[in-house]
Design a protein. Structure first.
Lengths: 84, 947
């Protein structure tokens, strides 16, 4: 993997996750909003993209909005459960 | 095969339900009230002579050739303008009538050149026919009197000629321009003997407002207006019905042929999407199919810096397959993918996605709908339950209020634009939501009631504000919402939208739309009767594209404007088969028929049919493929009929991604921009060279039929099949119809569609299945596809692309009538006579501030890059907004556009880029590099061709 592009890709994934979060932010029920982002990531993101955003969160999650961060954390927990 | 000739009933049909019985020449005819005597006679096989009448136009009654005698009536009325009545008795032929008709024909012929044998309309001339029908044997006046024989030909239009010496001033061309096309470019100039057809103000056709739709040519009963191709080649000897390969209207055409050569394309009167009309592209711009630039031999090369090498089909296919296998072995199963195209048939799109899923073994398939209408697929599926528009095109004729949002139908969807204009001329009210003064805002006999001239990027704010007014002013159709929609989602939405932050007043500073104007438009939409929304890429190609689609669906549901004729949510699809390519499972998360890949039941059906295991996880979208290519995990691409290097945003990024791949296989007609980065070139077939189906914007599946053999030997589906077989996944179709049969067996909404049925009925709108064997013109009639309609919250989130002192203007991009998408087809036709380069439209104030004059070269610089175009100073723009098209690769319009994209679908935000514009005198650095790269690539092609 090429370093600068990997960094750009992570930045891009963060931006995409935040944009998804911005749509679901309007949802008054916070749990529904988090689940909305999680479902979207499951339905539309290819697994390596999900793995990369989880890796980004594990590395500190710089730039992720609070809602996107929560959703990615849910993904991470699911991944860890599946691994176990 | 025969030449298909439609019967001309003389006047349009009546839509009345009340029937009237009359007697014509002793025979009984029963026809709808309001039918003309001429049409009633034609309906029982009695063809009354006529010249100025044709059934595509309202009757005019000028030639008087169609006079008849009516028992008890006075005089001899024209049968075209006389409506039938109960018990009417008509005589169409007697000595008196015959004498009058011969007299009329004598007058016509006395001022008409008698060069029938060498005339280009010979064999297809109504004047000649009528001379025969009335038994004209002499012209008592002679030919020496005053005449128009010396009138000069107008050859200015590249596709048709105007020879006024042959004109009989029947006004059919003038009326076609008014009634069918709605451009009003033609008129009758002068009076009496001096009367003549005048384009514009006595101008040449090319200097007038004429848009070259050809309706006048089609209406002309003589050789006065005739296609230059007919002049050159003579009359066709057979014709085949097929479907246009340009925009999402999907016009039906008769390809009129001589051998395997197209003489002309004639829009099919029976075509259910176009009813015999067409635009300059569909009717005339088919010459690209036989253009010298066509590549008809497969080619391969190791590196994009090597010359091409011509090889056999077998060698090219085997090389491509071996490369894909090598890459997958080295980098993993998910390191390759494929792209289908909205320019290809349903069968081809289906086969490419099948190849990716079954032969590559992943879901890395996407389509160019990604960069245009993917938000439509998402937004309408979420709210209404189906990723498609709700109506037929004809539905607009029952609309009382039409709202056009982010669409330019007169340029992008011209035939539907003409229909919409016709409805507006009949009195429908019109709301236009667009940053520019498009033709629908104001053009001859058309004026929008409201033009919400918003700032680019604020669609959601405008549509929310419209909904806010409707909710706060009590204009919601409560009965519809209670019966048809989810109560919980509606109540949540109602609370959200009623909030003051969504009011027109609060949003005025964001949108630039005066609050009062917006309020009045909202009231009109909610209370004006049947209200329909038509939208285009000005809605979808934004970072909030999906949100706007959802907001539009919310608006339609809240006002009960779904589920009957005259209303609905209508995406105007860009390319001919956007709807179809999406239907066929071209998206990486969906199998054909919009079923998610994670659905194990659906997956099992496909696994059984395809005899393979399918990946339950979504694959990469196009921009994700680029990102993965740059990070090193995506190395091979099979690209059929799409030119991502020109059409996708942030060109430098796309070029870098393509260069990073080890095997790019391009299947296309020409060495397009993407092919310059390819390692394998597989020659494609134009729409004239293959069979299949296209699905237009109204879900209409129409036949595409091969009218000439493929120049390179294979239809595109055959090439995909060869590649699949070489990859080790067997495909054994012997005809495209077998692919459609497989689709029908696997996609519930297509279950009753087949080549045979399409040949029988012309076209079918899906869903077409057991419940709706004749198709479904209007969707969501009694209930939504998803059951209850779902309202969703649509918070306005400003785009991240902002203007600044360095980039103070907003660039928005779009299309123009004469060119099509990346221009690969239309640039290789005479359509360049109208638009030979992309230009930058700029408001006079912005131009003056920068010292820019019309025609100056200007640099357009964004945060992404810079390019240089010529300026057009235009008041169609609002200050602060500039506009260009992207039809020419050297323009580099996408060098400037950003990588911002729709939050839900990654559809690029083509419509909002912050830029600065300055006067310059040299091409941009990118353009200079592009030129040298192109020269190198063309030299590689020339070497292969020479070899």
């Amino acid at each position: 993997m090429k370093g600068p592009y990997l960094h750009m890709h992570s930045e891009n994934l963060v931006k995409m996750a935040n944009n998804i979060g911005a749509f679901f932010q309007a949802e008054p029920d916070h749990a529904v909003a988090v689940q909305g982002v999680v479902d979207h990531l499951h339905k539309f993101w290819e697994p390596r993209m999900r793995r990369q955003i989880i890796a980004h969160l594990q590395a500190g999650g710089e730039g992720l909005s609070p809602l996107a961060r929560e959703a990615v954390a849910v993904l991470m927990n699911e991944q860890q459960k599946n691994a176990a | 095969m025969a030449l298909l000739k439609d019967k001309d009933f003389g006047t349009p049909p009546s839509t009345s339900d009340k029937m009237v019985t009359l007697e014509i020449d002793g025979f009984t005819a029963t026809v709808p009230e309001g039918t003309s005597v001429m049409r009633a006679a034609a309906s029982i096989g009695i063809d009354i002579p006529k010249l100025c009448a044709t059934d595509s136009l309202e009757p005019f009654g000028s030639c008087r050739l169609c006079v008849v005698q009516i028992e008890g009536g006075r005089g001899l009325p024209a049968s075209c303008t006389t409506p039938v009545f109960e018990g009417m008795k008509v005589v169409t032929q007697n000595d008196r009538l015959a004498q009058i008709r011969r007299g009329i024909m004598e007058l016509y012929i006395s001022d008409h050149p008698l060069d029938c044998l060498t005339c280009s309309a010979n064999g297809n001339c109504e004047l000649q026919d009528m001379a025969g029908v009335v038994g004209l044997r002499e012209v008592r006046y002679g030919y020496e009197g005053a005449n128009h024989f010396d009138a000069k030909k107008d050859l200015s239009n590249p596709y048709f000629q105007f020879e006024p010496s042959k004109c009989i001033v029947c006004s059919r061309c003038v009326r076609a321009c008014e009634q069918t096309q709605g451009t009003f470019a033609l008129t009758i100039d002068g009076r009496g003997f001096e009367s003549k057809i005048s384009p514009g103000q006595n101008q040449a056709f090319m200097d007038s407002e004429c848009v070259s739709c050809g309706a006048c040519v089609q209406a002309c009963p003589t050789a006065t207006l005739i296609e230059k191709s007919v002049v050159e080649k003579g009359q066709a000897d057979h014709s085949i019905i097929t479907t246009c390969a340009y925009c999402g209207v999907g016009c039906s055409f008769k390809a009129e042929m001589k051998g395997s050569e197209v003489v002309r394309m004639v829009p099919d009167k029976k075509g259910q999407a176009n009813h015999g009309h067409s635009c300059v592209k569909g009717r005339f711009a088919f010459g690209y199919a036989t253009h010298p630039d066509r590549i008809t031999s497969p080619m391969i090369r190791k590196s994009i810096h090597d010359p091409w090498q011509k090889v056999s089909w077998e060698e090219a296919i085997n090389y491509a397959a071996s490369e894909f296998k090598r890459i997958q072995a080295k980098y993993g199963k998910d390191s390759v993918g494929g792209l289908t195209s909205s320019r290809c048939t349903n069968e081809e799109a289906y086969l490419v996605q099948k190849l990716v899923r079954a032969a590559f073994g992943n879901n890395n398939v996407d389509t160019c709908a990604r960069v245009c209408h993917s938000p439509t697929g998402y937004g309408l599926k979420q709210t209404l339950g189906e990723s498609a528009g709700t109506q037929t095109f004809d539905s607009v004729m029952k609309s009382d209020v039409i709202m056009v949002i982010g669409a330019n139908p007169t340029d992008g969807h011209p035939v539907f634009g003409s229909l919409m204009k016709k409805r507006v001329r009949q009195g429908a009210r019109l709301i236009v939501v667009d940053p520019r003064d498009i033709d629908m805002v104001r053009s001859p006999h058309i004026e929008a009631d409201y033009h919400l001239k918003l700032k680019p990027g604020t669609n959601v704010a405008v549509v929310n504000a419209l909904a806010h007014v409707i909710v706060r002013e009590g204009l919601v159709d409560e009965a519809f919402v209670n019966a048809r929609c989810e109560a919980e989602s509606f109540n949540k939405w109602k609370d959200f939208i009623a909030h003051e932050r969504n009011s027109p007043e609060a949003m005025e500073s964001v949108t630039g739309v005066p609050a009062q104007t917006l309020r009045e438009a909202a009231r009109l939409y909610a209370t004006g009767g049947n209200a329909a929304i038509y939208y285009g890429l000005g809605v979808t190609e934004h970072s909030q594209g999906s949100t706007t689609v959802i907001a539009i669906a919310n608006l339609a549901m809240a006002t009960g404007n779904v589920g009957r004729e005259g209303v609905g949510v209508n995406p105007l699809r860009g390319q001919n088969n956007v709807q179809g390519s999406c239907d066929m499972g071209s998206f990486p998360h969906e199998l054909p028929g919009y079923r998610h890949v994670s659905d194990s039941t659906v997956r099992a059906q496909f696994e059984a049919a395809w005899n393979t295991r399918l990946d339950p996880e979504p694959g990469l979208r196009i921009p994700n493929m680029f990102a993965a290519a740059l990070e090193g995990s995506f190395k091979g691409l099979y690209c059929e009929g799409e030119d991502i290097a020109q059409s996708d945003p942030d060109t430098q990024h796309v070029f870098a991604a393509l260069e990073a791949m080890e095997c790019v296989v391009v299947q296309d007609l020409f060495l397009n921009e993407t092919a310059k980065f390819a390692h394998v070139f597989l020659p494609g077939a134009s729409f004239l060279e293959k069979s299949g189906t296209f699905t237009n914007a109204e879900r209409r599946i129409s036949p595409v039929r091969r009218v000439m053999p493929p120049l390179a030997g294979y239809e595109d589906w055959q090439v995909t099949q060869m590649l699949a077989n070489a990859l080790g996944y067997p495909m054994n179709y012997s005809h495209a119809s077998e692919i459609l049969d497989e689709i029908a067996s696997l996609v519930p909404t297509f279950s009753k569609v087949s080549f045979k049925r399409l040949d029988e009925v012309g076209s079918l709108q899906w869903p077409c299945n057991e419940e709706a064997p004749n198709g479904t013109p209007t969707m969501h009639v009694d209930h939504f596809v998803r059951g209850k309609g779902r309202f969703m919250l649509t918070e306005y989130v400003p785009t991240e692309e902002r203007t600044s002192s360095k980039f103070p203007l907003i660039l928005t991009t779009g299309r123009i009538l004469s060119q099509y998408n990346v221009g690969a087809q239309t640039r290789r036709t005479a359509n360049t006579a109208w638009h030979s380069e992309d230009r930058l439209e700029i408001h006079p104030h912005d131009a003056e501030n920068r010292g820019i004059k019309d025609g100056d070269w200007v640099g357009i610089k964004s945060r992404q890059g810079e390019t240089v175009l010529r300026a057009v100073v235009s008041e169609r723009m609002q200050p602060g907004v500039v506009y260009t098209t992207f039809h020419f690769p050297e323009s580099g319009a996408n060098v400037i556009t950003t990588d911002n994209s729709d939050w839900a679908t990654n559809c690029p935000e083509y419509k909002v880029t912050a830029v600065q514009v300055t006067k310059v005198n040299a091409p941009s650095e990118w353009q200079q590099k592009f030129r040298s790269f192109t020269e190198e690539q063309l030299s590689f092609l020339e070497k292969a061709t020479a070899g």
